[in-house]
Design a protein around this ligand. Sequence first.
Ligand code: 0L1
Ligand code: MG
Length: 266
Amino acid sequence: MTQNTWNVESVAAELMACEAERRDRVRFTDEWPELDVDTGYQIQDLNLEKRLARGEKLIGVKLGLTSKAKQERMGVYAPFVAWLTDAMVLPLGEPVPQDKLIHPRIEPEIVFVMKDRLEGPGVTCESAMAAVDTVSAGAEIIDSRYKDFKFRAGDVIADNASSGAFAVGEKVVNAADIDVVAEAVRVEVDGELVHTATGADVQGHPGEALALAANDLARRGLAIEAGWIVLTGGMSDAVFAPAGSEVACRFSTLGDVVIHGGPVEG
Ligand code: 0L1
Ligand code: MG
């Protein structure tokens, strides 16, 4: 397809096809510069409808690019929101689903489970945190439908913020009982330390990321529902997760989430 032929429906269909066929492509914005943030969300929402129509359940939201490390790596300097469905859950102990993903990368996340519905606008870090039930460690396995993870804001929002899979650690802590700003993580690849970060790296406070999600969803007349999972965004840059690798996200109080890349074929 060439310039001027793209629209919300055709980009949505192409992204779903790329995902199903494990095929990456060049970003759309080179051919369709009008693909801006709002258009990206229209595409994201259209593909959510398709996911739900094929039986997936909406279980929460994820934030993208809430840390400087992620923004600088991706060259996109504004955070955004995307959808989580039950098909994206990676049970602990299961390897990276290499057969479903194109070029998976893993990043550590602070994960909230919501106690109350949270509806913007006007949500603050404080009111956001008051609506959180529990906190856990998480690891998101991102996967972009764009070659080399090269995209602009409209592209990545349309692509559901590079959603792939995510794992949540075993330990569950009441939100009132943890300092999420001070919570630290060490990311090790095959036993070697590659990144460190804290909750402060996520918008200064992961609650700010949650507030941002609620306020952003409000622009589309949507809210964060009680019981939903919220991935507050990669705390550090992501690391590649090929077959044969082991990525460990070791949190200071929330425990470890260790993800294996799976067996090397042949
Ligand atoms: O591919 C990406 O890095 C965009 C999604 C960002 C996810 C995150 O920051 O948690
Ligand atoms: Mg993430």
